[in-house]
Design a protein around this ligand. Sequence first.
Ligand code: PEP
Ligand code: MN
Length: 300
Amino acid sequence: MSETPAAKDAAPAPVKFPPYKLTSRLSHPENSLVPVGDIVVGGPEFIVMAGPCSVEHDPQMLGTAWDVKLSGAHILRGGAFKPRSSPYSFQGLAEEGLKMLSKARELTGLSIVTEVMDSADIDLVESYADILQVGARNSQNFSLLKRLAKSKKPVLLKRGLMNTVDEILCSAEYLLAGGNEKVILCERGIRTFEPSTRNTLDISAVLSIKEKSHLPVIVDPSHASGKASYVAPLAKAALAVGADGLMIEVHCAPELALCDGEESLTPQSFRELMAFLSEVAPYFGRKISTVGQLDRSKGL
Ligand code: PEP
Ligand code: MN
């Protein structure tokens, strides 16, 4: 049956957006790039954020910072405000820890990512950090997200323990709708019925986030598994599945760590992992140009 002239001229059906319109790929078909210092998250470089779970003291922070830098990490992580399940566990060094991170940045040149747990601390954390991390437990703290939407700094938004992909995309929407487009998502495992790992790494969430959204997404195999021996295999899976990078816990002496030592890589195993990832990255359309750079330029 031929179309009537009226049907031909009819306006196209309106696009039906999900409840996260700005975060949706429908409104932004190209991948978003998030610049942090002189690196870019979401482009061809596979970005690795590494460092201890918590900032503990200068020698620990500086030692680990140099170790991860020399292995090719792009960004240094470390928590100064720690969301601990028990109020009796180490809660972090707060501003003292931020100062240690900042000293490590000064000496190594690495940008820093650190968690902000409370809206009241945003000004303080913002004055030190290059990326503001929203932890899994705060993934749906909407007043925190609304306030972070006003920040000029990029936000690393972790998926909540019980959040669906659509829910983390809605959380990201709070940031974008409030004016902050520099958002990096992080799959860090979700809570399931399976107790053999700390959480269950939802590797296919990377695919579904990439399909639904233009935002970069990284994987945290440390909190996802809770076991140092699982971290490297899961990190490789993240590269293979198309994640934009990783967040990995590394400690200069994991057996002495005040938090998450059991899932922290030693500097040596991190170095081996980075060497492997940089070798295979081109097979997945990525590169890790920082590996070996210092060795070459400084004879290290
Ligand atoms: C962290 O990265 O320090 C952390 C506490 O992770 P998560 O919020 O994913 O548990
Ligand atoms: Mn941790």
